[in-house]
Each structure stands twice: as structure tokens, then as C-alpha cells.
Ligand binder design. Structure first.
Ligand code: ADP
Ligand code: YYY
Length: 231
């Protein structure tokens, strides 16, 4: 084997070791923070993914009404953490303002706590996992595999229109941050959707349609799940 290839192999080995060591730290930190493990509770989880403004929150509210899930929005939990004046608040706020993804241990700790404190056993986890680190660390810490992944597919033009009209006073709904969030979505979040696609877990919804039509498609997915469970 030429020396060049050996060098490449060594570099890739070292990179893998660094990644594994890093993941170990993330998982240890999240485990230390959480009381118990969400895996100890029998839990059904559906991940709700899609670009910023694709309608995740809107459809989750409908799913809660019709199918009795509890909605956990990773973004809402992070914004509540900022408001609570926690020691991580400033760091979270700065990252959200820059359209960046907050370190996994912070988000997973919040999700795990919300799952454990809730009496329900079925959860929609909205806006998570947003990158490979989110995905792997959540699985490692909670041992939970999603039932399926609901993916809202929408064009950037439409999502941009919706975000600029959302009017919730969010610091990240300005055109500069929106563009950064789109870039992060393409580069970091879509690969997570592709990962679940390869496992046959993605239920893709055309999210460009009006809200009621999108919900018809969503209902079909959840009804199919219930029918399968009853069979
Ligand atoms: N299918 C749709 N058609 C038009 N507007 C929508 C649709 N779904 C959601 N919206 C609006 O778009 C904005 C973003 O929706 P939201 O559910 O907050 O998205 P996300 O949670 O994916 O960021 C909101 O103002 C919402 O009312
Ligand atoms: N898993 C997550 C989810 C959200 N965040 C941060 C970064 C995101 O740009 C913001 C807003 O996410 P949220 O899901 O509330 O909203 P959008 O889907 O971007 O409209 O929160 C995160 O760091 N990690």
C-alpha cells in the first residue's frame, strides 16, 4: 500500500478516536445531569423534522389534539432555559441568534427531564435530532429508537415567507439568521433524515400545501401506525 494511503488511514483512525472520545464526554455529561434514564420508562417517540418554518410546531399541535401525544419542542425547551436565567442561558441565546446547534448534552438533558417528568408514554420530539451528534448522543443516553420520523418537506422560498410572517418576536426570525439556519439544515440536519431513510423510518409529508391538507397526510401516517399496531 502506498505511504499516502497509510497516512490517510492513520488520519481517519485518529479522527474517529477523537470523535468517539468526544461522544463519550457528551453522553457522560447528559447522563450525570439526568435523574434516571428515559429508557427505563416504556416510551414511544416520534421525531418531527423539517426545515425552519416547514410547519413542525403547527402540525404537532394538531397531532396532540387527535392522537394524544405530548409535544416536546427542542427549540421551545431551549428558549425556556434562556428565560429561566440558567447558567447556560447566554450561551444558548448566542447560538440560537447565530442559527447554530446547541451542544447535545444541553438539549438532551432538557428532553430527558421533560420525558421523565411527564405521565404520558408517547412523545413528539420536534426539531430534534438536528445533527449527527444530537442523534447518536440521544440514542446512547436514552436508549430510545424513534418509532418513525415525520419529515416535513418544503421549499426554502416557502419556509422563508412563513418565517418572516411568523410574528412571534423570535430573535432568529430575521433574514440574516434565517439564511444561516437554512445552511445548517442542509448541511447538518438533512443527513440525519437520510440516516433514518436508510432504516426505512421516514414518513415524508409535502409540507408546502395548506395546513389542513398537510394534516390530512399526517393523519394518514398516524392512522396507519395504529392499524398496524392493532393487527
Ligand atoms: N401549511 C402551511 N401553510 C401556510 N403557513 C403555514 C403552514 N404551516 C405553518 N404555517 C405558518 O408558518 C409559520 C411557521 O410554522 P411553524 O409551525 O412555527 O414552523 P416550524 O415549527 O417548522 O418552525 C407559522 O406562522 C405558521 O402559522
Ligand atoms: N435540537 C435542537 C433544536 C433547536 N436548536 C436551536 C437552534 C435552532 O436554530 C433554534 C430554533 O429551533 P426551532 O426548532 O424552535 O425552530 P425552527 O425549526 O428553526 O423554526 O433552536 C438546537 O440548537 N438544537
Amino acid at each position: 500500500m502506498p505511504l499516502y494511503d497509510v497516512k490517510l488511514l492513520c488520519r481517519s483512525f485518529v479522527q474517529t478516536q477523537i470523535y468517539l472520545a468526544f461522544m463519550g464526554t457528551v453522553v457522560d455529561a447528559a447522563n450525570k445531569e439526568a435523574n434516571g434514564s428515559a429508557a427505563e420508562k416504556k416510551t414511544t417517540v416520534v421525531f418531527v423534522l423539517g426545515g425552519p418554518g416547514s410547519g413542525k410546531g403547527t402540525q404537532c399541535a394538531n397531532i396532540v389534539q387527535h392522537f394524544g401525544y405530548t409535544h416536546l419542542s427542542a427549540g421551545d425547551l431551549l428558549r425556556a432555559e434562556i428565560k429561566s436565567g440558567s447558567e447556560n442561558g447566554t450561551m444558548i441565546q448566542n447560538m440560537i441568534k447565530e442559527g447554530k446547534i446547541v451542544p447535545s448534552e444541553v438539549t438532551i438533558k432538557l428532553l430527558q427531564k421533560a420525558i421523565l417528568e411527564n405521565g404520558n408514554d408517547k412523545f413528539l420530539i420536534d426539531g430534534f435530532p438536528r445533527n449527527e451528534e444530537n442523534r447518536a448522543a440521544f440514542e446512547e443516553v436514552t436508549k430510545i429508537e424513534p418509532e418513525f420520523v415525520l419529515f416535513f418537506d418544503c421549499s426554502e422560498e416557502e419556509m422563508e415567507r412563513r418565517l418572516l410572517g411568523r410574528n412571534q418576536g423570535r430573535e432568529d426570525d430575521n433574514i440574516e439568521t434565517i439564511r444561516k439556519r437554512f445552511k445548517v439544515f442542509l448541511e447538518s440536519s438533512l443527513p440525519v433524515v437520510q440516516y433514518y431513510e436508510s432504516k426505512g423510518k421516514v414518513r415524508k409529508i409535502d409540507a408546502a400545501k395548506p395546513i389542513e391538507e398537510v394534516f390530512e397526510a399526517v393523519k394518514a401516517v398516524f392512522n396507519a401506525k395504529d392499524e398496524k399496531a392493532a393487527a
